[in-house]
Design a protein around this ligand. Structure first.
Ligand SMILES: Cc1cc2nc3c(=O)[nH]c(=O)nc-3n(C[C@H](O)[C@H](O)[C@H](O)COP(=O)(O)OP(=O)(O)OC[C@H]3O[C@@H](n4cnc5c(N)ncnc54)[C@H](O)[C@@H]3O)c2cc1C
Length: 464
């Protein structure tokens, strides 16, 4: 890094806010959870205040140095990777819960708060932040906002975008701006809050977040339903909804996924010999209503060929079933090097998506394990390298992946439901959006970051 940039950063920050190459855990800031990609930062800033964030951004702007904001580093599209070097700005020390407003059901937080910590804190006072990515133990709320994160409960409760009502953002010139706030209604100018949701660190650094909260539902029922074939499991998803029940979660785990989880955890997983399982949860305040919903779900499952189900009605049993589902991502990724595609289609097209991705991967000779948020039509398709040579792996995945995305779009879906475009999907962005949409997004990027210093090399295709 240019010595003038470094000396300006040293002047702007306290010594312990700057980490230089060779410093403790410096390498950790060069990767996230995307495949085995690594890009070395030149320097890591770990500001303890919003003013320090502004100072870092001002130095970057003055010297035209890339600045890549990093939350928990759990991203799956390479968003936090410093592909052009420069400064990694970690939010790890901006991790305070500023206010739980029990009167207005709002929460004010700094971006580096771990999502699970935030959830547990609001639950202590009977409130609920429902968005629960499977990575919630290590991802940050800032990263969730920047990625527009979802999770199993999106079916009933929506995704991050449905809860963000205010943002404090440090813009590309170092200016601090507040959009929205603790109010349910606000049509004062453009809806800038939602523009920043899913902007992947390319438009500004989010330094404060106002989230809407809900009352914590008092009861839940969770069940695991096995199927003799994958197609029946996929068909059961719309069948449940057609009976007028909206579960808070409806998750699909095919056999290969269940067996990977069993191997990873080293303990038996219920129904791991079934072709596929659905994990289904309903929640609410009235136990009688939940019981009748479970009955309707049972009818839909039986109509799709499901036999016995495993119903968990104690919190301990429910936690066990969720631990299985939350282990899916890690379990599949430890089998072999992989590429994960985050396909999403209208729910009713899920059976066609599942069938289609299997056909494509079989045709190209790539092993595939899929699982995901079936109720949202959001399927995580993991291609596994296993014994393939590097050349074969590249050749086969370069043929299979565009076909998977083309299928997704043909079915009325798109190329990412919740993981974002980041680095690894940007070559496919044109498959998900048209040229006019892409141009309008570029115009927004140009207006807010004219020097292109904020997370360069992300979202837009390489030629840009
Ligand atoms: C095992 C596993 C399970 C997962 N399950 C889910 C799931 O169920 N649902 C889901 O949606 N995702 C899931 N993910 C993906 C990932 O956890 C989410 O994308 C998460 O939102 C990333 O948060 P993070 O704090 O780790 O962000 P990072 O990976 O650090 O960064 C992600 C992006 O956000 C930007 N960013 C981070 N903080 C800020 C900020 N304060 N201001 C501006 N930009 C910022 C970064 O520049 C980057 O572009 C999973 C990942 C793993 C490894």
């Amino acid at each position: 890094m240019d010595s003038k940039v470094l000396s300006d950063l040293q002047a702007a920050l306290a010594a312990d806010e700057l980490l230089l190459p060779g410093g403790l855990n410096f390498e950790n800031y060069g990767h996230d959870e995307t495949e085995d990609l690594y890009f070395a930062p030149e320097v890591v800033a770990r500001p303890k205040s919003v003013a320090a964030v502004q100072a870092v951004v001002r130095v970057a702007a003055q010297h035209n140095v890339p600045i890549v904001t990093r939350g928990g580093g759990t991203g799956l599209s390479g968003g936090a990777l410093p592909v052009q070097g420069g400064i990694v700005l970690s939010t790890e020390r901006l991790n305070s819960i500023l206010e739980i407003d029990r009167e207005n059901f709002f929460l004010q937080v700094e971006p580096g708060v771990i999502t699970q910590v935030l959830q547990e804190e609001v639950e202590k006072v009977g409130l609920f932040y429902p968005v629960d990515p499977a990575s919630r133990g290590s991802c940050t709320i800032g990263g969730n906002v920047a990625e527009g994160a979802g999770g199993p409960r999106a079916l009933k409760y929506g995704t991050t975008k449905d809860y963000v009502f205010g943002l404090d953002v440090v813009l590309a010139n170092g200016e601090l701006v507040r959009y929205g706030g603790k109010r349910l209604k606000d049509v004062t100018g453009f809806n800038m809050v939602q523009l920043f949701v899913g902007s992947e660190g390319t438009l500004g650094v989010i330094v404060g977040i106002t989230l809407k909260l809900l009352p914590l539902p008092r009861h839940r029922r969770t069940l695991m339903a096995p199927f003799a074939n994958l197609d029946d499991a996929a068909r059961a998803v719309p069948a449940i909804m057609q009976r007028g029940v909206i579960p808070c979660a409806l998750e699909l785990m095919p056999q290969a996924c269940l067996q990977a989880i069993e191997a990873r955890r080293g303990e038996p997983v219920p129904f791991s010999d079934a072709a596929a399982c659905l994990l289904i949860e309903v929640d609410g305040n009235d136990e009688a209503v939940l019981d009748s919903e479970i009955e309707l779900i049972g009818e839909a499952l039986a109509a799709c060929g499901c036999g016995d189900v495993n119903v968990a009605d104690s919190p301990a049993q429910q936690a066990k079933l969720w631990a299985i589902r939350r282990a899916a991502g890690e379990a599949v990724k430890t089998i072999s090097p992989y590429k994960e595609e985050d396909t999403v289609v209208p729910r009713s097209e899920l059976p066609n998506l599942v069938r289609g991705v299997h056909d494509i991967c079989n045709r190209h000779g790539v092993r595939m394990i899929c699982y995901g948020h079936a109720g949202d039509g959001n399927l995580h398709v993991n291609l596994l390298r296993e014994g393939l040579s590097e050349a074969e792996w590249t050749f086969r995945t370069e043929a299979a992946i565009p076909e998977i995305f083309e299928l997704t779009v043909r079915l009325g879906g798109t190329i990412s439901g919740e993981h974002g475009i980041g680095l690894v999907q940007r070559g496919y962005l044109h498959l998900g959006i048209g040229p006019a949409a892409m141009n309008s997004m570029r115009a927004v990027k140009q207006a807010l970051d004219p020097k292109g210093i904020l997370n360069p090399g992300k979202i837009f295709p390489e030629a840009d």
